[in-house]
Design a protein around this ligand. Sequence first.
Ligand code: FAD
Length: 470
Amino acid sequence: MAVSEEWRQQWIEAVSKIRSNVSYEESAQQLRSLQQTGLLKLTDLKYNPGKFFEAHRLLARHAPNLGPGFWIRFTVHYNLFAGSVLAVGNEQQVKQLEEIQQKGFLGCFGLTEKLAGVNSGGVVNTIAEWDDQTQEFVITSPEVGAQKNWISQGLVGELAVVVADLRVAGKRCGAHAFLMELRDAKGPVPNVEFGDMGRKTVGNDLDNAWIAFHGARVPRHTLLSRYGDVQPGNGGTYVSKVKGLTNMAMIGQRLFSGRVAVAWAALTFTRKLFEMTRAYSDHKKCWIPKNSTLTEVPQLQHLYLRADETLKKLENFVGSCEKQLSDCLQKDEIPPMALQEAIASAKILASETSIDLCFRLKQDVGSHALMGDTGFEQMDFLQACKFAEGDSRILMQKLARDRVRISSPLGSSEEQQLAKELQDAMKGGAKAWDANFEKVYDLAWQVVQRNVATVCPGTSLRLPCGLSKL
Ligand SMILES: Cc1cc2nc3c(=O)[nH]c(=O)nc-3n(C[C@H](O)[C@H](O)[C@H](O)COP(=O)(O)OP(=O)(O)OC[C@H]3O[C@@H](n4cnc5c(N)ncnc54)[C@H](O)[C@@H]3O)c2cc1C
């Protein structure tokens, strides 16, 4: 569904008021106000994904000025928090989103844990134990490594979707999501401890918290129960509602929309930084050897051309992934494996290529890159894109592992050769995987290239510096 020009103008006007030189409480208040305008509904991800992605893109245009703080706050609330409720919540829980929006409440997404880091989700050590007597879940961080960390707006949010390993009658039922209250009018709820992650290089208008659970009790209805529920009585029984679907796989659905939004954010940041820098270099006089402008310096001139070409290819690729994903979101379908792989490739390419292009721009524009308010001081926005919603290396590990499982010929001769070498090496034991890590990443890069060429025939892209060999 395309967005109307009227809506676009209203959204542009609303986000132009956002400021980042404010405290995190004030920044949170800006998001409360923005959501209370009703311009973007917490359910738009499902019912109007075009609007959801456009809202993210238009906000990312401000990233070279604002930095990553507000963009992350926004996407955590709309995609990770509300999106998880949409993905794994029952009808009643999804309906709650309306009230949350009207009240201006903010939600966090508590997945990452101190030990598991970027592997969180695959590893979940927070425990949610069913207490059949009181019909509550008891949420605990059994050790420091299980504490949640990096949780965006964790110091201000009223609510959170918290991912914990569910235990019913002593049995482990795997990672599940709980929609729980973190704060009420009186302050933080009992038995939940919060700490500040500390000062970051950028984005200090966003609060990032570590959260420890010391036996926090939450009622039965907090379990997001579209796919699995707990039946009280006799110690409790876990009931799986849809055979063959794990709850974590369904929570992970949110990462696909997040990856597309993050890929767009990286590309939008890069376009805007190049635009801002070009506006400077077009007017900066430079002697090369005659009186000229900085834009005419050969390496910069070619970098502008190459960046534009590369960004066009990537916008085309990410746009195509967005279109296919929007279709799945509206039909409430899980994206097919081929699309999941294409989205992972888009996320890796968009963030890594953006880091590469912006770094080169910084090297070639002279002293301007050291000045405040040029956008260069916000380049760590791209660092956040690199690991948000699936770290580049973790996604590449997955692409390579999935490829090695395929024995039939697939892809370029180089891809087939690398896959065979890794398959052979693995016959010597699992340790061969890490010992051959450069081949693993080379194979992943081949898979990324194949995905681009499949979705956008004739398109090829250079290996970004951040993914090159050590
Ligand atoms: C500003 C900000 C906001 C965030 N908001 C949220 C949020 O709201 N909710 C939430 O749940 N999380 C959030 N996160 C967490 C984020 O998504 C990452 O999970 C987290 O930053 C991981 O950091 P780490 O240093 O612990 O990673 P580590 O796990 O220590 O990894 C460090 C690096 O090692 C490499 N690595 C690690 N494991 C492997 C492996 N098995 N194979 C290959 N390479 C590996 C990766 O390249 C990685 O970059 C946020 C993070 C930041 C910085």
